[in-house]
Design a protein around this ligand. Structure first.
Ligand code: 5RP
Length: 228
C-alpha cells in the first residue's frame, strides 16, 4: 500500500467511527490537509448522518461544500462531539505538531470546542519525540523578524515560509508562517505555553494543551487504534 492508499484507509476508518459514535444530526469538526481531504471525500458517503461541519480552513470549507455538506461558522457553534484531523507528527502521548498546511490556528480553535480530538495519520507521522518536522509558527507580519530572533535565541532555525513562486505564504488569517527547524521538543506543553506568549505569535503548531484523545494510524497491516 502506498501513502495515499494508507490515507484513504484511515479516512474510511474515521468515517465509520463517526457513523457509529456520533449521534445523527450533529455538527462535527473537520481538519485540513491531504489526510483530512480523504476524510472529507469519504464523509460525503454518510453526509445525511450529520447536520454539517465546522471547517478549519477555507480549503476544507470549499471541499465540504463541494460535496453538499453544510458548513457552519465556528462562532455559531458551542461545541462539537468530535474533531477529526491529520498531523505532521504525533508522539506516544498524543501530542502533535500541526501546521504543515498552514491551518493550525483555525485547527486549534476547532479542536478547542471539540469533546474529542481524533487524529488520523499514516504510520510515518509517529515519532518518539516531536521536532524533526519543522515547527510551524503563525505570526502577524509586522512581528515576523522579532519572533524569528526569539526562536533563534531558543536554539531553533526559523525559516520564513514561501510559496513555490518565491512569494510569502499568507494564511487564511492574513498572517505569515515561520518554520522552526532544529527543535527537540521533549516538553511539548511547556514549549507550547512559552512560545504562545511571544508578542506577535498568533499560534504555534504544538498541540499539547489539547492533544489527540484517540488516533487512527494506518499501517501496512491495517489501522491501529490508540487511545491516549
Ligand atoms: C494542516 C495540518 C495537517 O493536519 C498536517 O499538515 C498533515 O497534513 P497531511 O494529512 O497532508 O499530511 O496541520 O495545517
Amino acid at each position: 500500500m502506498n501513502q495515499n492508499e494508507l490515507k484513504q484507509l484511515v479516512a474510511q476508518k474515521a468515517v465509520a467511527y463517526v457513523q457509529q459514535n456520533v449521534a445523527a444530526g450533529q455538527i462535527i469538526g473537520v481538519g485540513t490537509g491531504s489526510t483530512a481531504n480523504c476524510f472529507i471525500d469519504a464523509l460525503a458517503t454518510i453526509k445525511h448522518h450529520i447536520k454539517g461541519a465546522i471547517a478549519s480552513s477555507d480549503a476544507t470549507q470549499a471541499r465540504l461544500e463541494s460535496h453538499g455538506i453544510a458548513v457552519f461558522d465556528v462562532n455559531d457553534v458551542v461545541s462539537v462531539p468530535v474533531y477529526i484531523d491529520g498531523a505532521d507528527e504525533i508522539d506516544p502521548q498524543g501530542n502533535m505538531i500541526k501546521g504543515g498546511g498552514a491551518a493550525h490556528t483555525r485547527e486549534k480553535v476547532c479542536a478547542s470546542i471539540a469533546e474529542q480530538f481524533v487524529c488520523i495519520a499514516d504510520e510515518s507521522k509517529m515519532v518518539a519525540v516531536l521536532g524533526a518536522f519543522p515547527l510551524p509558527v503563525e505570526v502577524i507580519p509586522l512581528a515576523r523578524e522579532a519572533v524569528a530572533r526569539h526562536m533563534s535565541e531558543l536554539g531553533g532555525q526559523p525559516v520564513w515560509r514561501k510559496k513555490s513562486d518565491g512569494t510569502p505564504l499568507v494564511t487564511d488569517n492574513g498572517c505569515h508562517i515561520l518554520d522552526v527547524h532544529g527543535l527537540h521538543i521533549s516538553e511539548p506543553l511547556a514549549l507550547e505555553i512559552e512560545l504562545s506568549m511571544i508578542p506577535g505569535v498568533l499560534t504555534v503548531g504544538v498541540f499539547a494543551q489539547n492533544p489527540a484523545d484517540l488516533a487512527f494510524i494506518a499501517t501496512k497491516t491495517g489501522v491501529q487504534e490508540i487511545l491516549y
